[in-house]
Design a protein around this ligand. Sequence first.
Ligand code: HPA
Ligand code: ZN
Length: 328
Amino acid sequence: MAAASPMPLAELHLHIEGTLEPELIFALAERNGIELPYANLDELRSRYEFTDLQSFLDLYYANMAVLRTEQDFADMTRAYLARAAAAGVRHAEIMMDPQAHLSRGVSLETCVNGVASVLATSEEEFGVSTLLIAAFLRDLSEDSALEVLEGLLAMNAPIAGIGLDSAEVGNPPSKFTRLFARAGEAGLRKIAHAGEEGPPSYIVEALDVLAVERIDHGIRCMEDPELVERLVNDRVPLTVCPLSNVRLRAVDMLAAHPLPAMLAAGLNVSVNSDDPAYFGGYVDSNFAQLESVLGLSEFDRVRLAANSIRSSFASEERKQELLAELSG
Ligand code: HPA
Ligand code: ZN
């Protein structure tokens, strides 16, 4: 008997550099003549023990050293799409971190074109419609972000929006007021990581100061009942990443994850994989572990998938197509 086809959904919180699997790191290092500081795969894998967001970011940025050519970015993107399609992902909004490549001497053209060349045909090749989002590193300056955004606009990069990621605490959304205003003027969609490690007030700032349409993570909203009420009333999408939260110790264990309470509160939450090569699984593994540990019901699974589709920046037509698939 054929395996049941996975539930169709949209993945809204995914860093393409976080899909770089250990095997591909070794293959690209070999192709590019780069010496890795690990003797073998097991030694690399032994580093995937994180104590907080920063301990992950250190390895995430270090491993990017193997990405040198357009082909490298294209290979990484193709590998993600194949894996995501198998997990049921039918629409993906993919973040990339251009500044993490520019700082290593890799041009905007190389990194953007390498990813975008694969996204351009993702629907035909993988059945996954895609959008690209340029994420900015909040531990760097706003001037750096503005310069890179201007570069992306000047090259007519096929980006649908901008995001804000990297080390959150001490780098509040208000640091990027001009960046988000400029993105708005350019007609770009706006999202930001907030309330992963940072306080609920960062979520409020992202909404009020940056006018973002979606919050990445947002789990710490649960500490502020007034904020929860606002997020529920305004149907603000929160792209939750359960396995990421456990691996980065934002929550103690999956059994203690706030997702059930967030669903019960009526928040517009979806389930996403964030950096699946680092956090122990793609979106299907996130769902499987939620089901086994938290007893997530079929009703909640379908609700989470519908939320992901409705909260995406896909066309109305594509959303209706995927919602029909989900209910069919
Ligand atoms: N949080 C912040 N920055 C990131 C993440 C994350 O989960 N993944 C990649 N960059
Ligand atoms: Zn993230």
